[in-house]
Design a protein around this ligand. Structure first.
Ligand SMILES: C[S@@+](CC[C@H](N)C(=O)[O-])C[C@H]1O[C@@H](n2cnc3c(N)ncnc32)[C@H](O)[C@@H]1O
Length: 285
């Protein structure tokens, strides 16, 4: 487990994932009943972009200037992106940054916590001891928030089905290991079996290699409504050309909202000719 999200925090992948996450949570909040957010790979909760650029053993080129940095001063974001952007700006300001560029970037647990209503609940899983410790420091003891220092795939069994009968499960692994797709496919399959009505969001990288179509085929076979939102920022990139989020059981209108997000981000986060965002139904409703 060498992965440290701090080096990637606020990059284009975080922007896509977090803008969609905020939208997803807001959509579920159209109903009064509370729900649980299960974050299987939570990270540390927030990131100091300046400290990350200093690195552990020397300076590292930061990724955020090509992500949140590109959006920071813009006033033309559509409503679906503006909500996320306002949350990130407010968080940065509240942490004490008065500079013109972002410094403190919230991770998925903090964004979910910012959006959560009193009736919503958070289950945060983080396996890396240092990251988990930072997560505990960030949140302390909160009644409607639990932190688990354990393998996040265990959350599927431990948290589903939830008492509220409503859940969003975010699966955001580092994809360091070759077997990650298998873990993801198994987790989503098991999640759908245990709690068919849940919403499952899976982040994945788009590398030079083909996307793992085994996962997509399994979703088709499960016949559960699902869509993919993919953002390609640099089609010619040797390593990561973009990333995507699959949403199983997307809430009403998320397809249109995701299209607005992807179309805007495709224009703003481009790094090479042919950059684009695309939303497709894998299994339509
Ligand atoms: C991509 S980062 C998460 C970022 C976070 N979800 C966000 O959006 O702000 C992946 C995290 O998963 C953690 N991790 C790796 N393997 C794990 C596992 N099996 N279970 C739980 N956490 C794991 C890593 O330590 C890392 O913090």
């Amino acid at each position: 487990m060498n992965y440290r999200h701090a080096y990637h925090a606020g990059n284009f992948a975080d922007v896509l994932k977090h803008a969609l996450l905020v939208r997803l949570l807001r959509s579920l909040q159209r109903k009064e009943t509370g729900f649980v957010v299960v974050d299987t790979h939570a990270g540390r909760g927030f990131y100091d972009l300046r400290a990350a650029a200093e690195g552990d053993s020397g300076p590292r080129s930061p990724e955020w200037p090509y992500g949140i940095g590109r959006l920071w001063d813009r006033a033309d974001a559509p409503e679906e992106v503006r909500d996320y952007l306002d949350l990130v700006r407010a968080f940065d300001r509240d942490k004490g940054n008065a500079a013109a560029t972002p410094r403190f970037y919230p991770g998925s647990p903090r964004l979910a916590r910012m959006v959560a209503r009193p009736q919503d609940r958070l289950e945060l899983w983080e396996k890396h001891p240092d990251e988990c410790e930072a997560l505990r420091r960030e949140f302390g003891a909160e009644r409607r928030l639990s932190i688990h220092g354990a393998d996040g795939y265990g959350a599927i069994k431990a948290c589903l089905p939830p008492a509220e009968r409503r859940a969003v499960v975010l699966i955001d692994p580092p994809f360091e290991d070759k077997g990650e797709w298998e873990h993801v496919a198994r987790a989503v399959g098991e999640g759908i079996r245990r709690f068919p009505g849940g919403t499952y969001a899976v982040w994945y990288p788009l590398t030079g290699r083909a996307r793992d179509d085994g996962f997509i085929d399994a979703l088709k076979a499960a016949r559960t409504p699902s869509l993919s939102a993919e953002l390609i920022v640099d089609p010619g990139a040797a390593r990561m050309k973009g990333c995507g989020v699959v949403v199983v059981n997307p809430p009403w209108r998320l397809d249109d909202e995701a299209r607005a997000i992807l179309s805007y981000l495709g224009n703003v986060l481009y790094r090479g000719a042919g950059a684009q965002g695309d939303v497709r139904w894998i299994v339509s409703k």
